[in-house]
Write a protein that binds this ligand. Structure first.
Ligand code: NAD
Ligand code: MG
Length: 396
């Protein structure tokens, strides 16, 4: 029997990887709806190739092109935000939530409310409305399966039945294209350089987020909503090879990790096949070939966006929503050539300062030596001080 799927953001990087996988076993899948924002031609080609029932563009301006491109196909067409929500409301078993940004929230929430299985790539919906999305999932019985490679890794190694056995969750970060760049080089960075990720090939927005490391900050907030872990239990470690996708440390000191070549089709396949597994054409991991896996502390001085996200997570309330909104606007402005690369974090900081009276800054290195209070080596830095300590230590 085939499974029903709707793909929100079908023309994007995650959308394309999803289509690649289901296209390898077309008889296993029935496509209810595919959506895009403006690219009617690409969406029409996708809709025809996967024999979708419905194709939706978010932008009304693209409606006529979509209608023309699909005339005679029998595929229904629609446009606008309400139509995106209607696409998500179609009775597909699983909804791939792969729209970028807060624009993904309304359709994702619609799918959550009807109790669908959600393959969740759209991290921004959890960052800006995590409490609402997870409460709706609890009420409807919707299952949130993380697509983000780190959260997918954690999902696979987390003891869901005994969360009290988990001491810490450590997200790995590639470090992005500016891992070794000077502040001066980052000041002059162009959108082309920022989007040139050393490991992953992704959409423009998440590529810039990776370059500022705001992506890892958004992922901390995402992890907090997906797993029962507090801000204090979350850590970040830079791992340029992106082979270890994250760690879960247990109270007995055992550390579990999930590994694989950096190919989004692996975590996507996990969500599509759950609770089973499906084969993928992804390159197999050959550790002898890679030879060396490196790990280093994140540099919160050069990547202040990560610290700002820590602040927002600890403060809670409207802060993560404001952080996400400010970041989306700033990244769009950077991509449009209106502001510089370093202005992204500065703008986000100004918005958070305006909301809570100030005090957001780039912190000192978050831990002292490499040993914890018990003299044991630390895998990752301790987290930042609690928000109320933040102002006392502010350095402006
Ligand atoms: P992308 O830019 O390649 O694709 C985005 C998709 O969303 C496109 O189909 C686009 O048409 C659609 N879209 C954009 N704005 C829209 C709007 N206002 N209304 C409706 N549709 C809109 O992005 P991506 O890299 O595929 O990322 C998608 C999501 O997955 C993001 O939230 C990202 O953080 C997350 N994610 C991506 C990757 C990756 O490897 N690309 C990895 C982890 C998480
Ligand atoms: Mg990720």
């Amino acid at each position: 029997m085939s499974r029903g799927i709707t793909i929100l953001g079908a023309t994007g990087s995650v959308g394309q990887s999803t289509l690649d996988l289901i296209g390898r076993a077309p008889d296993d899948w029935h496509v209810h709806a595919v959506t895009a924002n403006t690219d009617a031609v690409a969406l029409a080609a996708i809709a025809r190739a996967c024999n979708a029932e419905l194709a939706v563009v978010g932008d009304h301006g693209a409606y006529q092109d979509l209608k023309a491109a699909l005339s005679g196909s029998g595929i229904a067409v629609a446009s606008g935000k309400a139509a995106l929500v209607e696409a998500a409301e179609r009775p597909a078993d699983i909804v791939m939530s792969a729209i970028v940004g807060a624009a993904g929230l309304a359709p994702t929430l619609a799918a959550v409310r009807r109790g669908a299985v959600i393959a969740l790539a759209n991290k921004e919906s959890l960052v800006c409305a995590g409490d609402i999305v997870t409460a709706a999932a609890r009420q409807s019985g919707a299952r949130l399966l993380p697509v983000d490679s780190e959260h997918n890794a954690i999902y696979q190694i987390f003891d869901h039945d005994h969360p009290e056995r988990v001491a810490r969750v450590i997200l790995t970060a590639s470090g992005g294209p500016f891992r070794k760049a000077s502040v001066e080089a980052m000041r002059a960075a162009t959108p082309g350089q920022a989007c040139n990720h050393p490991v992953w090939s992704m959409g423009a927005k998440i590529s810039v987020d990776s370059a500022t490391m705001m992506n890892k900050g958004l992922e901390l907030i995402e992890a907090h909503h997906l797993f029962p872990v507090s801000a204090d239990q979350l850590g970040v470690i830079v791992h340029p090879q992106s082979v270890v996708h994250s760690f879960v440390e247990y109270i007995d000191g055992s550390v579990l990790a999930q590994l694989g070549t950096p190919d989004m089709r692996t975590p996507i396949a996990y969500t599509l096949a759950h609770p089973e597994r499906m084969a993928t054409p992804c390159k197999r991991l050959n550790l002898a070939e890679i030879g060396k896996l490196e790990f280093e502390e994140p540099d919160l001085e050069r990547f202040p966006a990560l610290g700002l996200a820590w602040d927002a997570l600890r403060t809670g309330g409207a802060m993560p929503t404001a952080l996400n909104a400010a970041n989306e606007v700033a990244v769009a402005a950077f991509l449009a050539g209106e502001i510089g690369f370093l202005d992204i974090a500065a703008l986000v900081r100004d918005v958070l300062d305006a909301l809570d009276g100030g005090g957001h800054h780039v912190p000192h290195r978050p831990h002292r030596a490499g040993l914890d209070d018990h003299g044991r080596p630390r895998l990752v830095p301790l987290q930042r001080a609690a928000p109320r300590d933040r102002r006392a230590r502010r350095v402006h």
